[in-house]
Design a protein around this ligand. Structure first.
Ligand code: NAP
Length: 525
């Protein structure tokens, strides 16, 4: 499939005339063909109007149609073949094998949501029978179902050109809920976005759905994203990126005549607690596993372990020595964009200026838009007194916080901002301390893991990729896994509605064969 540099507005492909944008190959430091025509408020308005028109027919289409639509997108993505892998790899400087893995994850995600749609438990169908004889007052007949919120705006993430982008988790969960989607293409992977957008556009047409179910807009600078969030047809926003970008969009959404929710995943340093038993048992292997996790994908993961918290002592020193030796062997590698590489260099420079010790630096190798890994160490006292040490530096760096005793370790845990993850490395003799730590971490993070590394997020029913601010703007949800659908649903209650007017999901004979909570009993009733 040829990349034309056009936007996809419903069933049409059109060239914006507001600006010219080009994708960039960060590894070769060159611009890529073709030039993209960037649009503005007019194209956003057209895409949003089409999305609004498509909303009712799309949400009323059968669950089977919606599930098959998600599967068609998955098939169309695969049919793009090597062209997609090639382009995504060139635009992101991520190895082809990584992009292939991401494609598999994106396809798996779409299929998970297809099976979720068919199964229908997300509708939350609930029936409370009337109790006409109840004293002192009769109870009405009450029935609840969840319906989609309306058109959703999605901002693709720079660091996952497939799995968190045009057909990524936000889009898949919004479609699964029955919401049309307008995607704002990330400027770092314009060609990949167009290819994937065309795969979705074809699936919309082949499924007989209204064209406005999907649009892809492209524009230069913040204006197009701002116009998208401000458009009255948009009812919710999914975003992955910087804290600054997320907060700007939240501000726009809150100031609308009708404010809307923004589900923004922004910033997390993912603390790793290396407890004394684990350090005594395996300081060396823990150190090499940790360095591999910090430098994986040039550290460009929202779950990168940017903070290690441990008790001082000879085993911690062994860990620091082994981690330093492992990190010094890692060379500089190309980051996703020149802007992200510059932000990393600035972040490391600012950390050096705080006066804490840099214990290791990666091997100096040439890489266009490169990032050199760096490992720091600070006392808990320094960490607690220096707020910027808790800020995310997006890239291959981490900070080891050395605590004098268990109470200080708990104080550091209490001090942390909201996080996507917290990791415990522990042995059975650490369990008593872990019991004191866990209640603190539960209040801070979305996922707690033991004896592993946070990079690598499974797409499944139980996954939570969320957490309190600033990890996300709404800790009640997740942007990965089946629960992500909840962000784009809202409950509606029907009181004493005549049977002939009830939605299928709530009618007495349960024609959709859903699991429902009927008079307090859950089952296919
Ligand atoms: P970004 O600058 O926040 O951009 C993400 C998307 O939001 C882009 O499409 C961008 O488009 C749009 N955007 C940003 N600010 C906006 C605003 N004020 N108004 C309207 N639209 C806006 O993130 P990025 O380009 O992916 O990476 C930059 C930094 O974000 C990284 O260095 C890193 O610190 C952080 N990041 C964090 C994660 C994470 O998972 N925690 C992931 C990726 C990146 P335009 O630029 O075209 O407006």
């Amino acid at each position: 499939m040829k990349i034309t540099g056009e936007m996809l507005i419903g069933a049409s492909a059109l060239r914006g005339s507001d600006a010219t944008l080009r994708a960039f190959d960060p590894a070769r430091n060159t611009e890529l063909e073709p030039a993209f025509g960037g649009g503005g408020a007019a194209e956003v308005a057209r895409a949003c109007e089409l999305a609004e028109e498509a909303f009712d027919p799309f949400r009323r289409a059968s669950l089977e149609t919606r599930a098959e639509f998600l599967e068609a997108i998955a098939d169309n993505l695969l049919a793009l073949g090597d062209a997609l892998i090639e382009r995504a790899s060139v635009e992101s400087a991520l190895p082809k094998a990584r992009i292939e893995g991401e494609r598999a994850r994106t396809i798996g995600q779409l299929k998970l949501f297809a099976s979720l749609v068919r199964e229908g438990r997300w509708i939350g169908a609930t029936l409370d029978s009337a109790q006409p004889d109840r004293k002192p007052l009769p109870r009405p007949d009450l029935r609840l179902q969840k319906i989609p919120v309306g058109p959703v705006a999605v901002f693709g993430a720079s660091n996952f050109p497939l799995a968190f982008s045009v057909a990524g988790g936000d889009t898949a969960s919004a479609f699964a809920a029955g919401c049309p989607v307008v995607v704002k293409a990330h400027p770092a992977h314009l060609g990949t976005s167009e290819l994937v957008g065309r795969a979705i556009q074809k699936a919309v047409a082949d499924s007989g759905l209204p064209e406005g179910v999907f649009s892809l807009v492209v524009g230069a600078g913040n204006a197009i994203g701002e116009a998208l969030v401000a458009h009255p047809a948009i009812r919710a926003v999914g975003f992955t990126g910087s804290r600054r970008g997320g907060l700007a969009l939240i501000d726009i959404a809150a100031k609308r005549a009708e404010p809307i929710p923004v589900f923004a995943e922004m910033s997390s340093v993912n603390p790793l607690f290396a407890l004394p038993g684990a350090l005594a048992a395996r300081a060396d292997t823990l150190a090499t596993g940790f360095v591999d996790s910090v430098t994986l994908g040039v550290g460009q993961f929202c779950t990168n372990p940017g903070l290690v918290i441990a008790l001082e002592g000879p085993h911690l020193q062994e860990f620091i020595d082994a981690a330093s030796a492992a990190l010094e062997k890692k060379g500089a590698q190309t980051m996703l964009t020149a802007g992200i590489a510059a932000a990393y260099a600035d972040g490391v420079k600012a950390r050096d200026k705080t006066g804490i010790e840099r214990v290791a630096t990666g091997a100096k190798t040439d890489a266009s838009c490169g990032a050199l890994p760096a490992l720091y160490q600070a006392s808990a006292e320094q960490f607690l007194a220096t707020p910027p040490l808790e800020d995310e530096i997006f890239g291959p760096t981490s900070l080891i916080v050395v605590c004098a005793d268990e109470d200080e370790m708990l104080a550091v845990a209490r001090h942390l901002e909201g996080q996507l993850t917290a990791t415990l490395h522990l042995e059975s003799d650490d369990f008593e301390f872990a019991k004191r730590l866990l209640p603190i971490l539960e209040r801070k993070v979305g996922r707690i893991l033991a004896n592993g590394f946070p990079t690598g997020v499974e797409v499944s029913y139980a996954m939570v990729h969320g957490g309190p601010f600033p990890a996300t703007s709404d800790s009640r949800s997740t942007s990965v896994g089946a629960l992500a659908i909840e962000r784009f649903l809202r409950p509606v209650c029907y009181q004493d509605l005549p049977a002939a007017l009830l939605p299928q999901a709530l009618s007495d004979d349960n024609p959709l064969n859903l699991w429902r909570l009927r008079d307090g009993e859950l089952g296919p009733n």
